[in-house]
Design a protein around this ligand. Structure first.
Ligand code: NAP
Length: 230
């Protein structure tokens, strides 16, 4: 049956977990396609996209390929976070195994702007080693990236997480800020100032969702230790 864009309606699997994936699902559903978004299940209370949603791993590339074939999907779109590498690799393999076409929609990285004081590093370990002694670092990083900083007992850490950690964080000195990043650079700047932050540590994730903190750091002339994608 043709959809509202006068193309045949398709059954589409979106590999999601990002704001862009939610926007894409809404658009494709509005065009009349049958859309299923897949989430990894990392967030306790995720914002749910339009269309159907399934949650949890597939069991590797083979599992994803089997899911695509059993579900009769016409195509798959990888709209996952650019640092979520394994699922993107699995998507490439699953497309080959299943014959279901894959489209990649990964965001471009942020580019340094005048006034930015970025120190690019290749790994989380390098980011931890780069912090000067006595610094107060804002870690805008997921739980899986925090262990590298635990040995820096000479620094203070402010850690922002969407959900409370399942086990207590092992830092010598830290403050936990629960919640999502604000979209307003003024609010992000207020947060950084209120905690006496001397360094921001984050990944070059690209996209608008986390960019307010970068603008805030620029306004405050704060150094940013930027973990780059290779
Ligand atoms: P990852 O390391 O690339 O994936 C690890 C495993 O998690 C995959 O092998 C897969 O398990 C499962 N998985 C990942 N994304 C999935 C999805 N959309 N649907 C079903 N299973 C999925 O991924 P990650 O870095 O842990 O990120 C997990 C999810 O969070 C992604 O969907 C990503 O878009 C979102 N996210 C990640 C970040 C980040 O910083 N990494 C930030 C924001 C949002 P199986 O092999 O069992 O299929």
């Amino acid at each position: 049956m043709p959809n509202k864009a006068h193309q045949p309606a398709q059954k589409i699997l979106i590999l999601g977990g990002t704001a862009e994936a939610r926007e894409l699902a809404e658009r494709l559903v509005a065009e009349g396609h049958k859309v299923t978004t897949s989430l990894a299940g990392r967030t306790i209370d995720p914002l749910l996209p339009s269309g159907d949603v399934r949650i949890g791993g597939f069991g590797g590339a083979e599992g994803l390929a089997a899911y695509l074939l059993e579900g009769g999907f016409d195509r798959m779109i990888d709209a996952t976070h650019p640092f979520a590498r394994r699922i993107s690799e699995n998507a490439i393999k699953a497309a080959v195994l299943s014959g279901v076409p894959l489209e990649q929609r990964l965001r471009p990285r942020w580019q340094k702007q005048p006034g930015d004081r970025w120190k690019p590093v290749a790994t989380v370990k390098a980011a931890a080693e780069t912090l000067p002694p006595g610094s107060t670092a804002f870690l805008a990083l997921g739980r899986q990236y925090l262990d590298a900083f635990v040995e820096r007992a000479d620094c203070r850490f402010v850690v922002r997480m969407v959900d409370p950690p399942a086990t207590p964080l092992a830092f010598f000195d830290h403050t936990l800020v629960l919640g999502k990043p604000a979209n307003d650079p003024d609010r992000e700047a207020d947060l950084l100032s209120a905690h006496g932050i001397t360094h921001l540590v984050c990944r070059n994730s690209g996209g608008p969702a986390g960019y307010a903190k970068i603008i805030a750091a620029r306004r405050l002339a704060l150094p940013v230790i930027m973990i780059e994608r290779d």
